[in-house]
Design a protein around this ligand. Structure first.
Ligand code: NPG
Length: 368
């Protein structure tokens, strides 16, 4: 496949409600969208999951754009005729930045599968036509507000609730949600907000029979997670710490995690995500698909991934309406708590260009 042109654009989508985590509050989603066009006129789309600011991970929208423009795209251009499988090895000399690399790999993969007349779900090895949906619930202004929000999601049909926690917003809100919904599959996500000395506090969550505690400690603190796993009964699940197949192997070998959240952008793309899935399937480790407030472009690909056999827990694969009044693709609509896996070729969706143009704040085209 030869690339003729890449179009990079930044869009801004307001969120239906502010989304607060331990690292900040999002009120809109700024997203870097990539369109590649091959010399035969085939188009592939992807989105970069980096956020506006480097608070969840070191990557951020403007930085990813600069990195792609300055280093990654020229490297791919020099390689000439390439496949999506060539992207990671070609870009390996550039350190880090899995989200930017994943963006390039995914757009090429979309174009490649469109040429092969094949869906991403089929290519990745999906064995389900629909997937159960979980929803991630931000830190609320009060317990009453949290209860209101969770009630709405349960009425919508979500099959699993994830509550964001941080010191001062943990045992009480989680206890109240568990009291009101004794049976709902429930988990928490700390986004690294706790320290090694918080073992006793976190073991206070055990009585709520949670599915897991996600990323309680610093992303680099693998030893701390392994020690914490000995103190709490609730399974530890790593998110930010898992940036590659090797890091997943390390965390499992060191017993720092017994569940893994797979986010394709965080690990450098869908090809690496499948490798982590295969490792976990072999080792009997459950995995689930995380979310990064994706538009329909990223959501489509995540839903395909979440249909692989090892994804045995509902992911943060919610309906478009969870975050956006209007999505840039046809919206993902939940039916009885499930999303249908896109069956069309490539990622199975394309953006509505008029709407995309109307929310674009920056656009540049790089001809190769
Ligand atoms: O459903 O897309 C979604 C959001 C899921 O909570 C979610 N994502 O830490 O996993 C996370 C969190 C996140 C939010 C990450 C904002 C980065 C930015």
């Amino acid at each position: 496949m030869k690339i003729a042109e890449l179009e990079l654009r930044t869009i801004n989508l307001p969120l239906v409600r502010p989304f607060r985590t331990s690292f900040g509050t999002q009120t809109a989603r700024e997203v870097l969208i990539l369109k590649v066009t091959t010399t035969d006129g085939i188009v592939g789309w992807s989105e970069c999951v980096a956020m506006s600011e480097p608070l969840y991970s070191p990557e951020y929208v403007a930085g990813s754009l600069d990195l792609m423009r300055r280093f990654l795209i020229p490297t791919l251009a020099q390689a000439g005729d390439i496949t999506a499988q060539d992207v990671a090895p070609l870009l390996a000399p550039f350190l880090g930045s899995p989200m930017a690399k994943a963006t390039l790999e995914t757009a090429l993969l979309d174009a490649q599968l469109r040429i092969e007349n094949r869906s991403l779900a089929d290519f990745l090895g999906a064995n389900k036509a629909k997937i159960p949906c979980g929803v991630s619930v931000g830190i609320a202004p009060s317990i009453d507000a949290l209860v209101d929000e969770v009630s709405g999601y349960i009425a919508d049909g979500y099959k699993r609730i994830k509550l964001k926690i941080e010191p001062g917003w943990d045992l009480e809100p989680v206890g109240e949600i568990r009291r009101l919904w004794p049976e709902i599959p429930l988990q928490v996500d700390a986004n690294q907000a706790y320290g090694r000395s918080d073992g006793e506090l976190l073991s206070g969550l055990d009585k709520f029979e949670l599915l897991l505690i996600e990323q309680p400690l610093d992303e680099h603190d693998i030893l701390g997670h392994a020690q914490l796993a000995l103190k709490v009964l609730t399974p530890i699940c790593l998110d930010e710490s898992i940036t590659s197949l090797h890091s997943a192997e390390d965390a499992l070998a060191l017993k720092a995690t017994t569940v893994i959240n797979i986010k394709p952008g965080r690990v450098g793309g869908y090809l690496e995500a499948v490798k982590i899935h295969d490792l976990c399937l072999n080792e009997g480790i459950p995995v689930w698909c995380g979310g990064m407030l994706e538009t329909g472009i990223g959501r489509a690909a995540n839903v395909a991934l979440a249909a692989l056999p090892g994804f045995t827990l509902p992911g943060d694969t919610s309906a478009s309406s969870r975050f956006f009044h209007q999505d840039i693709t046809d919206p993902f609509v939940m039916e009885d708590g499930f999303l249908h896996v896109p069956q069309g070729i490539g990622i199975g969706v394309t953006p509505h260009l008029d709407f995309l143009d109307s929310i674009t704040s920056h656009k540049e085209v790089i001809a190769l």
